[in-house]
Design a protein around this ligand. Structure first.
Ligand code: ADP
Ligand code: ZN
Ligand code: ZN
Length: 803
């Protein structure tokens, strides 16, 4: 093959197709689909992905590939195909879809430089940019007002050249290692020939008569307390060999994982796992929904299914929501499968992530446990994909390539003819509806392990508390129960919904709320720094002494951030030892794990936290769970608000009474009569499903209709309205009668960072031409969208964030 078809690293409509490049003699055989190359593109050299090879090109002037970045392909053939599919599904550029599948560190991590190749001054402004130097960063040129044509002219005249430094090559950690260069017999001979004075050399050779494996040089020198000087003559003679070896950073190297054995499955588990195992053996594709209450042993079903996959010589992907990827969770997989497991999550450094990814690529592991992007693990013999807590919205990527890991999983499983298992105690409505219709196979686990009861849930009406004179954020019953657990030496978990919306500063005289001047949303109060911060842009300011509206001094903060709760708790129950876990206390690496360990070791009585503590925690001594403000999610402008509330209460309740001691849950709410709260308190998923489905049907929401959400933003409000109006009209004219096109509507967050945001929502059942229409819209506005701080249009074909 003489030519390579290359997708270049430029995300634009004009470049969203393969370009042909000639493969120079020296790269023949190296260049193959999936490897990354450096190619000339205009006056620059850029990175690109080879997506195919061909014997002839229809273009007349084809340039050479300049360099290869990989020796083994970064992307498999299947992933290259998947990228195509993804780009169609999400209407993103092919290049963005290829990039999204690779570890961050591999993405365009190369530095471009411009080298001056002559001592003579250049006859242009470029000389000024060089400012006496011989080398400068490409970025400096880009920032200057020297045109690309001038640069090209200098390149053609041989006066300057563009060079690139690939940073990702440096990211592999290497070490020098020593191993014997001759056989054991020769080693012994060498030892006999060495003079008695050469004590150190003798010691080294002796060592290798007993050890054949390579050993890091540093370690060898330390072990034998010798120096490089003694090593060198042996290496020069060829008795020993010295070479570079790649070492992997193993984030779990200091952990010892207790090996576990499979449990004998309960009857329910055995019935649930059978169809999965059958499908694995038959090597066919199917989608299962494993609907099991919290603590019903779903994870054991996953583990034994994966075991079957390994027995068949195949590989498995296990997806877990980021926040549930706790050390406890990792331990369960490492404990069962040991070094066959790679772990991918965001707490790892970029280098560590890359190393884990390399283990997959080099086929050193057969199982990957990871968050969303682990769905792109470069396995070639996939036998199973599992998505735990499948209802979690974090499986949806919310920028650039807006993919949902569930869709990608099903597509990959089709490619590999293997099953997908979706697991949850509270499946997404869409998923459960598909299972009931028979599109997915429904498997149920209705009982908790050891027949443990689900903890009793008591709803506390906070309006009544207020009427009876209790103004605290803790109801009397919650306070009493906390004190009771403290006395018994048992533990409690207190759950507060995410920060942000709840903690604001308000004037009690005039009701003025402090808002971000750029985003039209309330600022959040941060006690430690005594500052107000916007959680959508980076704006912050000091807490005012007086109300900016009426000058009253009764300005104070309201609402309940975790810090505030901690404070109140200290006053309410001074003896309690409280651990707080939220975004602020877990920012530092390892903090998450440390807090959980402390709690597990009973160094605290109460664990207070946000979403982070809702999932995956399994502590036997926790017998009380308190939900402080159950309705905070209900008031969000989102048609899934009730569903999210139901899911959250169920998840949090699942943290109590998981082992011998029975658990209890207190849910504080201002709307105890709301069906999502009432039905969550009786764990009645089916009743909730039926109720919610009625509403979804009445208002034409998923799963009855599909949604497409356009979000249009621009600094000028009139402009946004006008563009949105045009889009609405265009869609109305071109879609079928059965579809609804809504808008223009200001988004719930109407202004972020001084940009106004409007939206258009399409509800449809079947619109095969829709993507083409959207493409026409994007094409029409292409020029305007290129301008800095200009128009932005994002299109989400499966929106979860409606704000
Ligand atoms: P889920 O994932 O559904 O929340 P888990 O898999 O965490 O449930 O199971 C709850 C507990 O029961 C865990 O401590 C687990 O080790 C244990 N367990 C699971 N299956 C069995 C079994 N077949 N026999 C005994 N214990 C089991
Ligand atoms: Zn005021
Ligand atoms: Zn802001």
């Amino acid at each position: 093959m003489n030519f390579a078809r290359v997708i270049v690293d430029v995300a634009s409509q004009n470049t969203d197709r393969p370009f042909d490049y000639k493969i120079p003699e020296k790269f023949q055989g190296v260049v193959q689909p999936g490897i990354r190359v450096i190619v000339p593109f205009g006056p620059r050299k850029i990175m690109g992905y080879v997506v195919g090879l061909t014997d002839e090109s229809s273009f007349s002037k084809v340039k050479n590939i300049s360099d290869c970045l990989d020796v083994t392909p970064a992307l498999t053939e299947e992933l290259l195909q998947l990228g195509k599919w993804l780009s169609h599904q999400t209407l993103s550029y092919y290049i963005s879809c290829l990039q999204v599948m690779l570890p961050q560190i591999m993405k365009a991590k190369y530095r471009k430089e411009i080298w001056k190749m002559t001592d003579e001054p250049l006859d242009s402004e470029l000389e000024q940019v060089f400012d006496g130097r011989a080398v400068m960063e490409y970025e400096e040129f880009e920032k200057s007002n020297v045109s690309i044509h001038q640069l090209r002219k200098h390149i053609q005249d041989g006066e300057v050249d563009v060079h690139y430094e690939v940073k990702s090559r440096e990211t592999k950690k290497v070490t020098r290692v020593i191993e014997p260069g001759v056989d054991e017999f020769t080693l012994i001979e060498t030892l006999e020939d060495l003079s008695k004075q050469a004590v150190k050399q003798r010691r080294i050779v002796e060592y290798f008569t007993e050890h054949k494996e390579p050993i890091p040089k540093k370690q060898l020198l330390e072990t034998l307390s010798t120096t490089s000087a003694s090593l060198k003559p042996l290496i020069d003679r060829g008795v020993l060999k010295e070479f570079q070896q790649e070492i992997f950073r193993d984030p779990y190297e200091n952990h010892h994982f207790e090996r576990t054995k499979p449990f004998a499955l309960t009857e329910e588990q055995a019935a649930a796992i059978e169809p999965i195992l059958n499908t694995i053996q038959k090597r066919s594709h199917d989608v299962f929904l494993l609907h099991g209450v919290t603590g019903s042993g779903k994870t054991e079903v996953y583990l034994q299914s994966i075991q079957q996959v390994l027995n068949e010589g195949k590989e498995a992907i296990m997806l877990v929501p980021e926040i549930a990827l706790t050390p406890q969770m990792v331990e369960r997989f490492k404990g069962r499968f040991g070094s066959k497991v790679a772990v991918l999550h965001s707490a790892l450094s970029a280098g560590e992530k890359y190393d884990e990814w390399r283990k997959i690529q080099r086929k050193e592991v057969q199982v990957v446990v990871g968050a969303r992007s682990a769905i792109f693990a470069p396995f070639t013999k996939l036998g199973l994909i599992i998505i735990d807590e499948e209802h979690e919205t974090s499986y949806k990527q919310e920028d650039r390539t807006r993919y949902h890991a569930r869709d990608v999983a099903i597509e990959r499983a089709k490619n590999h003819q293997c099953p997908v298992v979706l697991g949850s105690a509270t499946p997404a409505l869409e998923t459960y509806a598909r299972a009931i219709k028979g599109n997915y196979q429904l498997l149920s686990l209705k009982k908790r392990m050891n027949n443990a009861k689900m903890p009793d849930v008591e709803l506390v009406d906070m309006r009544e508390e207020l009427h009876s004179g209790n103004r605290s954020m803790f109801s009397l019953v919650l306070k009493e129960k906390l004190e009771d657990r403290l006395a018994k030496g048992e533990q409690a978990v207190l759950f507060l919904n995410r920060r942000g919306f709840s903690t604001f500063v308000m004037c009690r005289d005039c009701g003025h709320v402090m808002e971000c001047p750029h985003c039209d949303i309330a600022l959040t109060y941060h006690r430690r720094q005594e500052r107000l911060k916007c959680h959508y842009c980076s704006y912050e300011e000091a807490v005012p002494q007086k109300c900016p509206e009426c000058e009253s001094e009764t300005i104070r903060y309201f609402g309940t951030g975790t810090q505030k709760v901690e404070e109140v708790l200290e006053q309410l129950i001074p003896d309690a030892r409280v651990l707080r876990m939220d975004v602020d206390t877990t920012r530092r690496k390892g903090a998450h794990e440390r807090i959980l360990n402390q709690f597990g070791n009973k160094q605290a009585d109460i664990l207070l936290g946000t979403q982070m503590i809702a999932k995956g925690l399994d502590f036997g001594n926790v017998t009380l769970v308190g939900v402080l403000a159950a309705d905070s999610l209900l008031n969000l402008p989102d048609f899934r608000a009730a569903e999210k509330t139901f899911q959250l209460i169920t998840q949090v309740s699942g943290r109590a009474g998981r082992h011998e001691k029975p658990g209890e849950v207190i849910v504080q709410t201002y709307t105890p009569e709301h069906y999502s709260i009432e039905l969550a308190s009786t764990y009645d998923f089916e009743a909730f499903f039926n109720e919610e489905m009625k509403l979804r049907k009445a208002f034409n929401y998923p799963p009855y209709y599909f949604l497409t959400l356009f979000t249009i933003s621009h600094p000028n409000q009139l402009k946004v309205q006008e563009v949105t109006q045009k889009i609405v009209q265009f869609m109305k004219q071109n879609l079928s009668e059965q579809s609804y096109v809504l808008g223009p509507t200001p988004s719930a967050l109407t202004r972020i960072n001084n940009r106004y945001r409007y939206q258009c929502m399409v509800k449809y059942k079947k619109e095969p031409e829709q993507r083409k229409l959207v493409q026409r819209i994007l094409h029409y506005y292409e020029e305007e969208m290129k301008q800095e701080n200009g128009l932005q249009i994002t299109v989400d074909f499966q929106p979860y964030q409606l704000m």
